[in-house]
Design a protein around this ligand. Structure first.
Ligand code: NAD
Length: 255
C-alpha cells in the first residue's frame, strides 16, 4: 500500500461529490490515517456521515479565514496523531455575484474574499503543517484549475485567486524543499461539484472540453484521486513545485 502508516489531513469536504472526499477515501484505501475538517455546522453532519466509512478519522471544524481555528486543527493533530506526512488543500470560495458578470466589475471585497479563502489559506495552513512534518518526507497538495492560467468564461476572480495559489505552491516548495517537504498542485479538469455548480455556464465548459481535449472526454473524481495519491506518496518523491494537469490534456490545446 502506497500510504501505509502515513498520517494526513484533508481540508475541503462538503459532500460525497467533493474532490477532497474522493481523495480522502483513496488515501485511506492505501493505508493512511486521517484528520478531516469541515467548514461550519451546516456541513458537519455530512462530513461525519461520510467519515463513518473511513478508519475513525479525527474530525474538526475549520473556517480557513480564522487563524485560531487553523491553529487549533494543527494543535489537535500534534496531540492526537503525533505528526503529519501529508496535507490536502481543496478549499475555494468566491462570491456568487463575482462569477456572474465581467471580471472588470470585481469589487474590492469580493476580490479579497476569494484570495483569502482560496489562496492565502494554503500559506497559513502550511506554516502550521510544516513543523509537524519535521523529519518526514512531507507532501502538501493544493487543488487548482486552468482558470488561473488562462481566461475561462465566468471563472473571473476565482481565476486570479488560483493564479496566486499556483504561485504560492512554488514559493512554498522553495521554502520547504530543504526540509524535505514537497508542495505541488493538481489542476483538475471541470467536474460537477457544489462549488463548480456556482459557475455560470458550467455544463457548456464540460461540453467544450469533451469536444476539444486530446482524450475527447471529461475526467472524473476517481482520476483526480489517483493522481493525488501519486503526488502524496513516495512515488512522486522527486517532484515539487509542480502543477499536474488531470484534464484529458485540455491545457495543451491552442486551437
Ligand atoms: N470541481 C471542479 O471542476 C474543480 C476543478 C479544478 C479545481 N477544483 C478545486 O478543487 C477544490 C475542491 O472543490 P470541489 O470542486 O470539490 O467543490 P466542493 O464545494 O465540494 O469543495 C469546496 C470546499 O471548500 C470549502 N470551503 C469554502 N470556504 C471555506 C472556508 N472559509 N473555510 C473552510 N472551508 C471552506 C467548502 O466547505 C467545501 O468543502 C477547490 O479548490 C476547487 O477550486 C475544482
Amino acid at each position: 500500500m502506497l500510504l501505509d502508516g502515513k498520517k494526513g489531513v484533508v481540508f475541503g469536504i462538503a459532500n460525497k461529490r467533493s474532490l477532497a472526499w474522493v481523495i480522502a477515501r483513496r488515501t485511506v484505501e492505501e493505508g493512511a490515517s486521517l484528520a478531516l475538517t469541515y467548514q461550519g455546522e451546516r456541513i458537519e453532519d455530512n462530513v461525519r456521515e461520510l467519515a463513518e466509512s473511513l478508519n475513525d478519522p479525527l474530525i474538526m471544524p475549520c473556517d480557513v479565514t480564522r487563524d485560531d481555528e487553523i491553529e487549533a486543527v494543527f494543535t489537535q493533530i500534534k496531540e492526537k496523531m503525533g505528526g503529519l506526512d501529508f496535507m490536502v488543500h481543496a478549499v475555494a470560495a468566491a462570491r456568487r455575484e463575482e462569477l456572474d458578470g465581467e471580471f472588470v466589475n470585481t469589487s474590492r471585497d469580493g476580490y479579497l474574499f476569494a484570495q483569502e479563502v482560496s489562496s492565502y489559506s494554503l500559506t497559513a495552513m502550511t506554516r502550521y503543517a510544516a513543523p509537524l512534518m519535521a523529519g518526514r518526507p512531507g507532501s502538501i497538495l493544493a487543488l487548482t484549475y486552468l482558470g488561473g492560467e488562462r481566461v475561462i468564461p465566468h471563472y473571473n476572480v476565482m481565476g486570479v485567486a488560483k493564479a496566486a495559489l499556483d504561485m504560492s505552491v512554488r514559493y512554498l516548495a522553495a521554502d520547504l524543499g530543504p526540509q524535505g517537504i514537497r508542495v505541488n498542485a493538481l489542476s483538475a479538469g471541470p467536474i460537477k461539484t457544489l462549488s463548480s455548480a456556482g459557475i455560470k455556464g458550467f455544463s457548456r465548459i464540460l461540453d467544450h472540453m469533451k469536444d476539444r481535449a486530446p482524450l475527447r472526454r471529461n475526467v472524473d473524481q476517481a482520476e483526480v484521486a489517483d493522481a493525488a495519491l501519486f503526488l502524496l506518496s513516495n512515488m512522486s518523491r522527486g517532484v515539487t513545485g509542480e502543477t499536474l494537469h488531470v484534464d484529458s490534456g485540455y491545457h495543451i490545446v491552442g486551437m
